[in-house]
Design a protein around this ligand. Structure first.
Ligand code: C2G
Length: 130
């Protein structure tokens, strides 16, 4: 069984997130998502509109997702890869090169982002009352 791992905030879930999860799952048999906690989002200088527990319930309802674990820090990835016997680490190409150090432990795949949609863009349009 090929195990795939990815990470993210997944705030304001949109088709870009779904397409990432869909393509990640298609690379293996079991997809684990490291979901950024509200506290870690502060470290990432990102504020999630939807709290972690609700983002977790939403992700767990997606057919492509098999397990959701908390992402609490930048440094947990190697431990997660080893603990879950991950074969492939996948993330959007906005992170291209950032996680090449994981190549020592598993395959690393950067997938093209879905154009013209983002959580911050959706929030901005809501703020402007569009
Ligand atoms: N994504 C995408 N297309 C978009 C928006 C997002 O493919 N239009 C992808 C991102 O590249 C990422 C995933 O969807 O792989 C989740 O996006 P975010 O929630 O923005 O994740 P991010 O804040 O980049 O967190 O340690 C890694 C970080 O936790 C990644």
């Amino acid at each position: 069984m090929k195990i795939v791992l990815t990470y993210g905030t997944f705030d304001f879930l949109h088709v870009g997130h779904i397409r990432l999860l869909q393509r990640a799952k298609a690379l293996g048999d079991y997809l684990i998502v490291g979901l950024s906690t509200d506290e870690f989002n502060q470290v990432k200088h990102k504020s999630a509109f939807i709290p972690y527990e609700q983002r977790k319930v939403i992700l767990e309802s997606i057919r492509y997702v098999d397990l959701v674990i908390p992402e609490c820090c930048w440094e947990q990835k190697v431990q997660d890869v080893q603990r879950h016997a991950v074969d492939i680490f996948v993330i959007g190409d906005d992170w291209a090169g950032e996680f090449d150090f994981l190549r020592e432990f598993c395959q690393v795949v950067y997938l093209p982002r879905t154009q013209d949609i983002s959580s911050s863009g959706l929030k901005g349009r809501l703020r402007n009352g569009e």
